[in-house]
Design a protein around this ligand. Sequence first.
Ligand code: PGA
Length: 251
Amino acid sequence: MRKPVLAGNWKMYKTPAQTRAFFEAFLPLVRAVEHCEIVICPPFPDLAAAVEAVRNTRVQIGAQNLYWVKEGAFTGEVSGPMIRSAGATQVIIGHSERRHYFGETDEMVLKKTVAALEAGLMPIVCVGERLEQREAAQTEAVLSSQCRQGILGLDSVRFSKIVIAYEPVWAIGTGKTATPEVAAEAHAVIRCEVHRRFGSAAAENLRILYGGSVEPDNAQALLAQTEIDGVLVGGASLEAASFAKIINHQA
Ligand code: PGA
């Protein structure tokens, strides 16, 4: 049994004061939740407020990016040990917005994943195809290549500690969710690659989240797929009630 992960990616939204207000509203709504892990990933300046707010709760805090060097002359970057020492326990890596706007490659994603694991952070590594790639029937090839050039370069021990998020780029922030069947098919492609590289136990234990316009209205159908082990939620995680609704769908 794979324990679902329900993660919120706040992107570049909210100040520390707004973070505190979110958790004041959110925590009472998810207090009884035991069926899944809950992770919220705010921007760096909100990490301290978020970690403080969730103390003594089951909610975990993650960052949205990291750099692979521990410290040094890298203006504007933040390292794994810095994130860990701020109290965060997870980190999103290789989000399509980072790949698209900031030029992140599969090779960088692999380096960041190793650095996150070395710092004691659980990486949530994102993969996903663009619209034109799906329309050209390249989805499977793109996902396989992103996995092979990136996270399948880990050793099996490290690999067992990561979570993958399948986020079709055409579904992110567009209101166009992949149907549960389309998402599950893509998850199966990823799981198959993992099986080929690391064997059946690793493939069976790997948690693959779906991300892209997940809302309270469609979360239940997505999470009902056995291939879908959780969700990575952008827009709908910004509001306490809507994210709590997604989390409580099966409670
Ligand atoms: P969205 O974003 O839920 O707003 O589509 C998901 C993500 O980018 O992780």
